[in-house]
Design a protein around this ligand. Structure first.
Ligand code: ADP
Ligand code: MG
Length: 349
């Protein structure tokens, strides 16, 4: 059986082709996304996903996230007591965990996979990803570009030739804009641009900068190590920001020494604080269009991908930028994995 895998910087997901459509496979916690996080205890016990991320707040030195950023490099970290791990090895741990979930859900362990990679990944980064798949025990049938996968999930393969999709992908730490087109049954990425230092995490920092000074914390927060303090503030900001995707105000709260301390942030304040980040969304879009000599009017669809596009302020900025509503018929968190499963379906006929 072939599965499709979105091996993301922040979150990963696995899907398969069933009864003529792609379907996500839930993990052991019934979630459709598995955080791309690894934590290793001193005794060698390995945690992957949500349980690893939870350990970030109290054992940051044993926990790694965003290691996809070092894919294809020699950079490594030593978590727990064992040997250091590089990004390929930690990605293999994430893949193995996804495959375990697939086996539990489907009753059969997948033997082959289509894995997605950013369109800008070079040969070394692609080889490292392929290697991670092999280490996790699957035959990597194909690596496909994330925007290509997203476009497949949104049905590009059923469109006429030369009906370009603009894929707008705002993840946890990276922003990718791609223009994808079908021509004579080949799907190609015509242009790709972005900002690899812009994503949901930066919006967390904006919230934290706004709300943390309002917390009445005495010295309790100051007494923590910088790593622990940052982890606490980051998690509080993450919760607050998600809440603001559907509410007009929320609590920014942390627990220090068993005591909860909180302050209120409104959506309006957040929108104000995030304005400089929202401004940075435009330039890569302009560049991608210019690279293939297109106007916004030439685009057949503007599709939203990545969890951070769930922020209403991002959707509004985009609607203003293009003068029309983006297509959000597929859940932005799921599009890449679903598209990888479409490719898996095509490969298995
Ligand atoms: P990546 O491609 O980097 O793995 P994802 O597409 O999974 O990342 O996006 C992760 C980002 O999406 C995080 O910054 C997270 O905060 C954000 N996100 C997820 N759900 C929401 C939500 N409901 N509101 C706002 N942001 C969200
Ligand atoms: Mg992604």
């Amino acid at each position: 059986m072939i599965v499709g895998i979105d091996l993301g910087t922040t979150n990963s997901a696995i899907a398969y082709w069933h009864d003529g459509e792609p379907r996500l496979i839930p993990n052991a916690l019934k979630g459709e996304l598995t955080p791309s996080a690894v934590s290793i205890e001193k005794n060698g016990a390995v945690h992957v996903g949500s349980s690893a991320l939870d350990r970030m707040a109290f054992a940051p030195e044993q926990t790694a996230t965003s290691f996809k950023r070092w894919m294809g490099t020699k950079q490594n970290v030593r978590l727990g007591r064992g040997k250091p791990h590089d990004a390929t090895e930690m990605s293999a741990m994430v893949l193995r965990s996804l495959l375990d979930d697939a086996e539990a859900h489907l009753g059969e362990r997948p033997t082959e996979a289509v894995i997605t990679v950013p369109a800008y990944f070079n040969d070394k980064q692609r080889k490292a990803t392929r290697r991670a798949g092999e280490m996790a025990g699957v035959v990597v049938r194909r690596l496909i570009n994330e925007p290509t996968a997203a476009a497949l999930a949104f049905g590009l393969q059923d469109k006429e030739d030369r009906e370009p999709f603009l894929v707008f992908d705002l993840g946890g730490g990276t922003f990718d804009v791609s223009i994808v087109e079908k021509f004579e049954n080949i799907i190609e990425v015509r242009a790709s641009s972005g900002d690899n230092r812009l994503g949901g995490d930066d919006f967390n920092e904006a919230i934290s900068a706004l709300a943390a000074p309002r917390l009445d914390v005495d010295d309790a927060l100051e007494a923590l190590s910088p790593a622990k303090r940052n982890a606490l503030l980051f998690l509080a900001a993450e919760r607050a920001r998600r809440a603001l995707s559907t509410a007009s105000e929320t609590d920014f709260s942390i627990v220090v020494d068993g005591e909860e301390i909180s302050s209120i942030v409104t959506a309006e304040e957040f929108s104000h604080a995030a304005a400089p980040l929202l401004k940075r969304l435009k330039e890569p879009v302009v560049r991608a269009l210019r690279d293939c000599q297109m106007d916004p009017g030439d685009l057949s669809e503007i599709v939203l991908v990545g969890g951070a596009t769930r922020m209403p302020i991002v959707r509004n900025a985009l609607t203003r930028m293009f003068g029309r509503f983006p297509n959000n018929s597929i859940h932005p968190d799921h599009a890449v994995a679903l598209g990888a499963a479409v490719q898996a379906g095509l490969l298995s006929g």
